[in-house]
Design a protein around this ligand. Sequence first.
Ligand code: HEC
Ligand code: HEC
Length: 317
Amino acid sequence: MRKSIALAGLIAAAIFLTCYSSCNNKKSSSGTAGADDSLKKVIERGSYLANHVAVCMDCHSKRDTSLYSMPIIAGTEGGGAGFAFGKAEGIPGEVTAPNITPFALKDWTDEEIIKTLTGGINKKGDTLFPIMPYPHYSGLAKEDVLAIVAYIRTLKPLESTVPARKFFIPAAMFGPLPANDIAQNKIPDPSDKVKYGEYMINAAACMDCHTPMGPQGPDFSKAYSGGFVFDVPMFKVASSNITPDSATGIGTWTEEMFVSKFKNNSSAEVVNRKPGRENTYMPWSMYGKMKEEDLKAIYAYLRTIKPISNKVEKYPK
Ligand code: HEC
Ligand code: HEC
């Protein structure tokens, strides 16, 4: 049953995308109300993922660094970041998340965007640095990738460009590229909370910030144990240990505590205060609007991973 609904959605998305590429300048009047409805649902799903789960918009928009968790500045959605990722994020160089509005992607086919999102190679053939979380997005179901593509095609075109990237190492050293074979990926049934939570936590790339840096880059044997220090000019903050270790992680947290942390930290009251140097790199304002069901599934998954003892000082000197 679920399978057939998903399939219908996928077909609708495929039809839409084909049409979008070839006829997006014509106002189609031939579509039935039913087709419009499923198209709306696809874009809604894409918007949800791009803003509150995969948080594309977080990296690809300008952000207000004076407010808590650096929310997006309205009107800059998808127009490219306002600052470059570099040393503070452990990157061997500098790279600014580019413009992904239709101004920049209008000549890209859906296949080219999909290959960028899930395979790490853009239209020009450049290998992207994996701070763009394509190694995670390669685990997304095709219907979710199509929904994200459909959504970013609806962004207001913003005529902006970002500085070119500079790396001190060749792209061949960026790490292995994922297989980019998303046709096999499925969204697990939400009734299987742990499996579904694993899908969502991967889509949200939580691991990228919550894994400590070793001498060779992220130390995945300590995934989710935190301690990645973001040392930016405005503040300095370390990511938390979110493994179920009771003493140093979130082992004593209930599901309710976990969900309310996201809800509270994304409330207008908290986001709009000026935290000064006690700011955070964790995009609470985006993730905080994740559906409770999805946050609960992520919590359920996090209960099943290995507890790792790693005491993290949130605001290191
Ligand atoms: C953690 C930050 C981050 C997130 C989250 C992120 N991106 Fe990116 N993205 C980047 C950076 C940085 C680059 C440039 C990488 C490079 O050139 O090496 C990039 C590159 C791209 C490109 C290639 C653009 C070009 O001109 O080459 C596209 C398209 C893109 N991202 C879309 C997305 C979408 C869609 C999502 C969400 C599903 C997303 N990104 C999530 C940081 C991010
Ligand atoms: C861009 C980096 C980044 C990403 C992505 C990120 N986090 Fe965080 N997270 C942080 C930092 C830094 C902190 C510590 C400061 C704070 O509490 O805001 C933190 C704190 C937390 C805390 C609070 C723990 C405590 O002890 O108070 C939880 C829970 C959490 N993150 C869960 C997640 C989950 C789940 C995801 C994915 C949905 C995620 N994070 C993605 C950077 C990140």
